[in-house]
Design a protein around this ligand. Structure first.
Ligand code: 6PG
Length: 256
């Protein structure tokens, strides 16, 4: 598996570097690009950076289609909505055509309906019906329990091999979620994890250096079949790593 771990001193440097990498990856693109966004406080900081003038001017917004890796079963204007998070932090501030924003319709009464509708949209937007949708980039966060997207420990969705989108009940949250399954996550060209803070250190060490146990640490199920897996971590989250080769980055490298 093609994996790189970038380690920055702090969240600020990490986000500056991740934004720099996104410009490097997409800055000169002149064709359709499909990205899936994550929810969470760490991804939000990146979205805010991408909306800043010195970055926004360097990205091909008119070619970019935005999807979500997961969503809460709430309306799009709900404070917990991942769509609302990304819209407020980024999409309302950059010139992405509305038709290129493919949100999960999480306002539908049943989460499974939202999942089925989202799966249909994926199958419509992505041309190749015989293969899973191949995102150019999927952004993911990771929880303290090693969850990612809405793949939580013990979930059957971790081992889904047919559906593109699922609507699991999450016992610890007492709520339904809508999430891309590993079928889609592992078909991507690039999957980027953004992980910051000491609270993630134990889970990150288990995910990167522990035995393969995705039922306990769902982030381990993310292994792009023919793509790159990139971890952007800060020193606090990386504190327990002992045998992972990390590429140290500093803010100087993040100057665009
Ligand atoms: C969600 C996210 C979830 C998130 C992680 C990390 O809907 O909550 O998709 O997977 O990315 O929990 O969130 P933080 O960066 O806020 O810790």
């Amino acid at each position: 598996m093609n994996q790189t771990v970038y380690r920055a001193a702090d969240t600020r440097d990490l986000i500056l570097f991740a934004a720099h990498c996104l410009v490097r990856l997409l800055g000169h693109v002149d064709h359709r690009i499909c990205l899936a966004l994550a929810g969470g406080s760490t991804p939000r900081v990146l979205y805010e950076r991408l909306a800043s003038a010195d970055v926004a001017d360097r990205l091909p917004w008119r070619h970019m289609h935005f999807f979500w890796g997961d969503e809460r079963h709430v309306p799009p204007d709900h404070p917990e909505s991942n769509y609302r998070l990304a819209y407020e932090a980024l999409l309302s501030k950059v010139p992405v055509p509305a038709s290129q924003i493919h949100r999960i319709h999480s306002e539908l009464p049943r989460a499974v309906e939202a999942a089925e509708r989202y799966e249909q949209e994926l199958r419509t937007v992505f041309p190749v019906q015989s293969a899973p949708p191949r995102f150019d980039l999927i952004l993911l966060g990771m929880g303290e329990d090693g969850h990612t997207a809405s793949l939580f420990p013990g979930s059957e969705v971790i081992h889904e091999t047919a559906k593109l989108v699922a609507a699991p009940w999450v016992e610890k949250l007492q709520a339904y979620r809508i999430t891309l399954t590993p079928v889609v996550l592992n078909a991507a060209r690039q999957v980027w994890f953004l992980v910051c803070g000491e609270a993630k250190a134990r889970a990150l060490q288990a995910v990167l250096e522990g035995p393969y146990d995705p039922d306990t640490y769902p982030a381990q199920i993310v292994r792009p079949v023919d793509g790159q897996l990139v971890w952007f971590v800060d020193a606090a989250a990386a504190a327990w790593l002992s045998r992972t080769e990390c590429v140290s980055v500093c803010s100087a490298e993040s100057v665009l």
